[in-house]
Design a protein around this ligand. Structure first.
Ligand code: ZN
Length: 250
């Protein structure tokens, strides 16, 4: 089990490395396949040995070996986080179609989180990729999963649309599309858990930022990271969260 877990971590960290490419290039409208990875400052190509997840960053001491331009610490962080999330999914679902769907789902949430924090957008390309990969991966679990996934896709999307109309722009179209996508992967009950957690945590943090005056009432705060956090928790512990919440009331 230890060896399998280690392999899953390496797989996740490698996917994290690919997510780093997506995170930088998709908002800039660049291709994610070419040109190969290079230093942004001097154009020095990164060889195979420079592209080992996490380790290369430390081997290069976080900077380009030709011009010394520092590389963002976000690279190893995203790689480590993705590896860690892959391990959590693997330990929860072992080797099943749920695992594969969970890996794809959390990879999308990682990319969305980082892009939304930097650019305040959730790119359509990522949501569409999630949809194209998600439909077969959910269908492979069972036809029932697919049916409920599709129902939850529309239910979550319409719910968020209603929130956007009521709050008059507190929510972006990207948030609505992401919530709908989360419905496909999570199903009806778990997407409800995810949205509940997103609004709860987003609300608490929002109030804290206002009270401490870090952010003003007019500052835009990206909601994607909260949706992602809710989606992550609901995927792994949806049932436990529902049971715990019910036990508070009866
Ligand atoms: Zn350089």
């Amino acid at each position: 089990m230890i060896l399998e877990t280690l392999l899953v971590f390496v797989l996740g960290a490698s996917i994290g490395s690919f997510l780093n490419v997506c995170i930088y290039r998709i908002p800039a409208g660049e291709s994610i396949v070419s040109p190969p990875s290079h230093c942004f400052a001097c154009g020095e190509k990164l060889g195979l040995v420079d592209l080992i997840p996490i380790l290369s960053y430390f081997h290069l001491r976080g900077k380009c070996r030709r011009c010394g331009e520092p590389f963002s610490w976000q690279y190893p962080l995203v790689e480590f986080a993705t590896g860690f999330l892959f391990v959590l999914v693997f330990l929860r679902f072992t080797i099943t179609w749920e695992t594969l769907a969970g890996w794809v789902f959390l990879s999308i949430l990682v990319a969305v989180t980082v892009i939304d924090i930097h650019h305040r957008i959730i790119p359509d390309k990522i949501v569409i990729a999630g949809l194209v990969l998600g439909l077969p991966l959910v269908a492979l679990q069972s036809w029932e999963s697919l049916m409920w996934g599709v129902v939850a896709f529309f239910a979550a999307g319409l719910f968020m649309l209603a929130i956007m109309v009521i709050s008059r722009g507190g929510m972006g179209m990207g948030d609505i599309k992401l919530a709908a996508l989360m419905g496909l992967y999570l199903g009806l009950m778990n997407v409800a858990v995810a949205l509940f957690l997103a609004f709860l945590v987003g609300g608490v943090v929002g109030i804290a930022l206002l009270v401490t005056r870090i952010k003003g009432r007019k500052d835009a705060v990206p909601f994607g990271p909260y949706l992602a956090l809710g989606g992550f928790a609901a995927l792994l512990w949806g049932n436990q969260i529902v049971n715990w919440y019910m036990s508070l009331w009866c």
